[in-house]
Design a protein around this ligand. Structure first.
Ligand code: NDP
Length: 310
C-alpha cells in the first residue's frame, strides 16, 4: 500500500500540468502514466497553436518538456494502467495493474479520450492490416500508396495533409456536403492537389484479400440519386472524433450521455469531494491541449485547497 497526498491519472497536457502545479504546492504527486505516454497529442504531427512555441513544436518534444518540468519539482511517475478505483472511501483507493495499491487524499483524473471507429464489421477484420486511427503512427507504411481518411473535422484535415506528404493520393470521405474543420485547415486540404474530398459519402465496407485494398461507399445515402461507389485504397484512416476514457469511474462519478465526466460549473470538481477531472475526459467542447493544460492547473489548485481542508 502506498499512501500519497495527490494522485494524478493520465500523462497528457492536463495530467502533466496538474503535476507541475501539485508538485510546486508540495503535494508530492504521483502520476500514473497510462497506456499512451504523452496522451493523444503524440498522435499528431506538429503542434502549432500551443502558446510559447512560435515556430511550432514536435508533440513528443512538447510532452517531454512538460514531463521534465513536473519531474523537476518532485513528481513521481509510475508507468502502468489504473485497473480499479474505489472512491466510496476516504482516502480514495486506486489500483494499478491489479496489484499496486495507492491511497490518495485527492485524485485528479486526466485520462483523456480515444479515437472512435465507425463500427462496421470489416473495420475490425482489417485492424492493423490497413485500418488505423493514427496517421502519424502508421502513415509511414503507406508511402507512395493511396489512402482514405474518414471525417471532416480538424483531425481529419490534419491527417489528410500529413498523409498527402507521404502518399500518392489521399481521399477524404466526408458524410456532409461541407467540412467542419477550421478555415485554415479546410484551405490546406482544398488547396492540396493530392487530396480529393468525397463529400456526402459514407463507407459501407472495406474489401481486400487479407488487407485493405478498397472501400465500398454510398453517395447521398437515402436520396433519390443515391449511388454505390468503389475506391481502390491501401489504407483507411479513421478521424471521426473521440470518446472519453472514463468507464473506470462510472460507478462513482456523474457523467453525461457520451461519458464525459460532469464537473461543477467551470471548476474541475466532480460529484465526489477530493476527486477532480481535467482535460478531455471532462471536455466535450474545446478539446485543445492549451485548454487541457489550464484545467490541469485548476485541478491541482483545487486539490491543494481540498487537502489543506482535511
Ligand atoms: P470533430 O468532432 O470536430 O469532427 C469529427 C468529424 O467526423 C466530423 O466531420 C463528423 O461529421 C465526422 N464523423 C463523426 N462520426 C462519423 C461517422 N460515424 N461517419 C462518418 N463521419 C463521421 O472531431 P475532431 O477529432 O476532428 O476534432 C475534435 C476537436 O479537436 C475539435 O474541437 C477540433 O477543432 C480540435 N482539433 C484541433 C486541432 C488544431 O487546432 N490543430 C487539431 C485536431 C483537432 P459531421 O460533421 O457530419 O458531424
Amino acid at each position: 500500500m502506498n499512501k500519497v497526498k495527490c494522485l494524478i491519472i493520465g500523462s497528457g497536457p492536463a495530467g502533466y500540468t496538474a503535476a507541475i502545479y501539485a508538485s510546486r504546492a508540495n503535494l508530492q504527486p504521483v502520476l500514473i502514466e497510462g497506456p499512451q505516454l504523452g496522451g493523444q497529442l503524440t498522435t499528431t504531427t506538429e503542434v502549432e497553436n500551443f502558446p510559447g512555441y512560435p515556430d511550432g513544436v514536435e508533440p513528443f518534444t512538447m510532452m517531454d518538456d512538460m514531463r521534465r518540468q513536473a519531474e523537476r519539482f518532485g513528481t513521481t511517475f509510475v508507468s502502468g494502467i489504473v485497473t480499479k478505483v474505489d472512491f466510496s472511501v476516504s482516502p480514495k483507493k486506486v489500483i494499478v495493474e491489479d496489484e499496486q495499491e495507492y491511497e490518495a487524499d485527492a485524485v485528479i483524473i486526466a485520462t483523456g479520450a480515444s479515437a472512435k471507429y465507425l463500427g462496421i464489421e470489416s473495420e475490425r477484420t482489417y485492424k492493423g492490416r490497413g485500418v488505423s486511427a493514427c496517421a502519424t503512427c502508421d502513415g509511414f507504411f503507406y508511402r507512395k500508396k493511396t489512402v482514405a481518411v474518414v471525417g471532416g473535422g480538424d483531425t481529419a484535415c490534419e491527417e489528410a495533409n500529413y498523409l498527402a506528404g507521404l502518399c500518392e493520393k489521399v481521399y477524404m470521405i466526408v458524410r456532409k456536403p461541407y467540412l467542419r474543420a477550421s478555415e485554415i485547415m479546410q484551405q490546406r486540404v482544398l488547396n492540396n492537389p493530392k487530396i480529393e474530398v468525397l463529400f456526402e459519402h459514407n463507407t459501407i465496407q472495406l474489401t481486400g484479400e487479407g488487407k485493405v485494398q478498397g472501400a465500398d461507399l454510398v453517395y447521398r445515402k437515402g436520396e433519390p440519386d443515391e449511388e454505390l461507389r468503389h475506391i481502390d485504397i491501401d489504407g483507411f484512416f479513421l478521424a471521426i472524433g473521440h470518446h472519453p476514457n472514463t468507464e473506470l469511474f462510472k460507478d462513482y462519478l456523474h457523467r453525461d450521455a457520451e461519458g464525459y465526466i460532469l464537473v461543477e460549473g467551470d471548476s474541475p470538481r466532480t460529484n465526489i469531494p477530493g476527486v477532480f477531472a481535467a482535460g478531455d475526459c471532462a471536455d466535450p467542447h474545446y478539446r485543445q491541449a492549451v485548454v487541457a493544460a489550464g484545467s490541469g492547473a485548476k485541478a491541482a489548485i483545487e486539490a491543494d485547497k481540498y487537502i489543506k481542508s482535511l
